[in-house]
Design a protein around this ligand. Structure first.
Ligand code: SAH
Length: 350
C-alpha cells in the first residue's frame, strides 16, 4: 500500500466514502504524497510524454499562433502571455524562442505561469532562465489586461466527479473500502446533478463525468480576455461530450488500475469540451492534427530535417507522426480556442 493509500483508508474509515474528485485531488496534489508535488512524471524515465516534450515544433507553432492572434487583435501592450500547468516549461521556452522575430511581441509580453506544484515551479524557472516570468497560484489571479494563453494537458489533470444514471435516478461513483482496500461504489440516489448537455442527453446505465474545476479555470481564464481581448487555447485528449468512464492512471508509460497506486501514478480523465466551449462567446474546435497541419508543421519539420541525419532524423520523423497522425495523438487530442465575440478566428482553426 502506498503511504497515500494508507492515509486515504484512514480518512474513509472515519468519514465515509469520498468522491472520485476528492480521490483525484489527493493523488495529484497532496502536499507530501501527491503525484505532481513529489515526482518527475515527464519523459522516458517518467510516466508519460506530452506533446511539447515530443518535439520543439509543438511549442514553436503554438507560440507563433498566439503571436499571430496578438497581431490580429492590434498588438495590445502590455499583455499577459500565460500558460496553465506548464510542466517542465518546455512549451513556453519553445514559444518564446520562436517568437523572438515577431516585432514588439517580447517587449509587450509579461509571461505568467499558473502552477500548483512548488517543485515544478523550480523546474520551470530553470528551463526558462534568463526569461523573466512570474507565477500565479490560481487562474483567478491572472492580471487584468489582454491575455493570450495556452494550456496543454492541464484540464485533464483537474478532478472529475462521475455520475451513473441508475434505475432509481442519478448516483455518484465513490471511493470506499472493501476488506480494508480502496474500492469503487455508488452513492444513494441524488436529488440533483449538474445541468449540462451530457447530463440532459444521458440514458439509463450511462456514466457521465463532470469537471467543475475545469469550468472554473476556463471561466477565470476568460475574464481578462472578455474585458481586454486575447485568446485562450486549450489542448487535451477528450471529445465533444462526456461518454463513459475515462478515469485512467498511467505509471511507467503503462495503464494502471486507478485505485492501485495513489500518489505514484498519473491520474487523468478525458476532457469534455462541449460545456467548456459554451462558456465563451466565440470558440473554434479542431483536432490537434488538423491545427498543427494548418499551422505548417510539415514545412517546419522539413526545415529541421535538413540539419539532421541517422537516428536523430528518424526520431524527428517519428515525432512528427506522433503529434499529427490520426492513429497517434492527431485525432485523440483536440484544440479548443476561446475568445470574445467578433475577434478573428485564431490561425490554424480557420
Ligand atoms: N503542460 C505540460 C504539463 C502537463 S501535466 C506539458 O504539456 O508537458 C499537468 C500540469 O498541470 C503540471 O504542471 C501540474 O503540476 C499542473 N497542475 C495540475 N493541477 C493543477 C492545478 N489545480 N493548478 C495549477 N496547476 C496544476
Amino acid at each position: 500500500m502506498t503511504p497515500l493509500a494508507a492515509l486515504l483508508v484512514d480518512r474513509i474509515r472515519e468519514g465515509g466514502p469520498i468522491t472520485v474528485a476528492d480521490y483525484m485531488a489527493e493523488c495529484l496534489l497532496h502536499p507530501q504524497h501527491g503525484y505532481y508535488t513529489t515526482r518527475e512524471p515527464f519523459g522516458t524515465a517518467g510516466d508519460f510524454t506530452t506533446a511539447p516534450e515530443i518535439s520543439q515544433m509543438f511549442g514553436e507553432l503554438l507560440g507563433l499562433a498566439l503571436a499571430q492572434a496578438w497581431l490580429d487583435q492590434g498588438a495590445p501592450a502590455p499583455f499577459t502571455l500565460a500558460e496553465l500547468g506548464p510542466g517542465r516549461g518546455t512549451l513556453m521556452a519553445d514559444a518564446l524562442r520562436a517568437t523572438r522575430a515577431v516585432p514588439g511581441f517580447h517587449a509587450a509580453a509579461r509571461a505568467v505561469l499558473v502552477e500548483a506544484s512548488p517543485r515544478l515551479c523550480d523546474v520551470q524557472a530553470a528551463t526558462l532562465a534568463p526569461h523573466v516570468v512570474t507565477w500565479a497560484d490560481r487562474v483567478e489571479d491572472l492580471p487584468d489586461r489582454p491575455t493570450f494563453l495556452v494550456a496543454n494537458e492541464f484540464l485533464d489533470a483537474l478532478p472529475i466527479r462521475q455520475f451513473l444514471l441508475s434505475p432509481e435516478g442519478w448516483r455518484e461513483r465513490l471511493v470506499g473500502l472493501q476488506d480494508g482496500a480502496l474500492t469503487f461504489g455508488l452513492s444513494a440516489p441524488l436529488p440533483q446533478v449538474p445541468d449540462t448537455p451530457a447530463f440532459r442527453a444521458a440514458r439509463p446505465g450511462d456514466l457521465v463525468e463532470h469537471c467543475a474545476p475545469a469550468h472554473q479555470a476556463v471561466t477565470a481564464a476568460l475574464r481578462p480576455i472578455l474585458r481586454h481581448g486575447g485568446l485562450a487555447l486549450f489542448i487535451d485528449y477528450g471529445g465533444w461530450r462526456s461518454c463513459g468512464d475515462t478515469l485512467q492512471a498511467l505509471r511507467g508509460h503503462a495503464f494502471d488500475p486507478p485505485l492501485a497506486h495513489p500518489g505514484q501514478a498519473d491520474l487523468t480523465a478525458h476532457v469534455d469540451f462541449e460545456p467548456l466551449a459554451a462558456l465563451a462567446p466565440a470558440h473554434a474546435y479542431a483536432t490537434q492534427g488538423q491545427v498543427l497541419g494548418r499551422l505548417g508543421i510539415d514545412i517546419r519539420a522539413e526545415r529541421l530535417a535538413r540539419s539532421l541525419t541517422g537516428p536523430a532524423l528518424d526520431s524527428h520523423r517519428a515525432a512528427l507522426a506522433r503529434l499529427t497522425d490520426p492513429a497517434e495523438m492527431g485525432s485523440l487530442f483536440k484544440m479548443l480556442a476561446l475568445t470574445r465575440a467578433g475577434a478573428p478566428l485564431p490561425p490554424g482553426f480557420a
